[in-house]
Design a protein around this ligand. Sequence first.
Ligand SMILES: CC(=O)Oc1ccc(/C=C/C(=O)NCCc2ccccc2)cc1OC(C)=O
Ligand SMILES: [Co+2]
Length: 171
Amino acid sequence: MILEVLVYPHKLLRESSKDVVHFDAQLHALLDDMYETMVIKEGIGLAAIQVAVPLNVLVINLVDEEGVQKRETLYEIINPVILEKDGSTIYQEGCLSVPGYYDEIERAEHIKIAYYDRHGNRCEAEFTDLMSIAVQHEMDHLKGRLFIEKLSYLKRKKFEKEWKKKQKAGK
Ligand SMILES: CC(=O)Oc1ccc(/C=C/C(=O)NCCc2ccccc2)cc1OC(C)=O
Ligand SMILES: [Co+2]
């Protein structure tokens, strides 16, 4: 089912998430709901805290060359830990919890992670480019951190001003 996505500055988004212990039907339902919610809202990544579930669960599904989001390339990443990270890359990031705001964010170009799949099997994977950026962005959510917290002081001021104006216009 489609879940509600928490929007900045909702305080639950600042919570640290906890490791999954039970790889059960409830977890599978959460993963399926996160996927459906992410796709409907035209996202390519979503962390469980964004749908108010403080668990170390994230889903990422990039689009292919034709701009098609195929479920075959869906990553369901549970209890991830970073084993290696190096290099540097800058990308204009956005987030379903900060709708309509995008900014240049610097991250590691390459990362290697260990994680569990929905059945509790331990996996390892290495990523570069957009997958590497997406994994780092979503793993920040697991620590209660949003991409706007990595902005320079001045850019953050610009964001807060823009955001307030948008909220006033919205309400
Ligand atoms: C108005 C609004 O909500 O704009 C959006 C903003 C962000 C997003 C999705 C962002 C997203 O999936 N971010 C995942 C993290 C990530 C960021 C950069 C690179 C890799 C991974 C979708 C939006 O909705 C539409 C209709 O475009
Ligand atoms: Co995000």
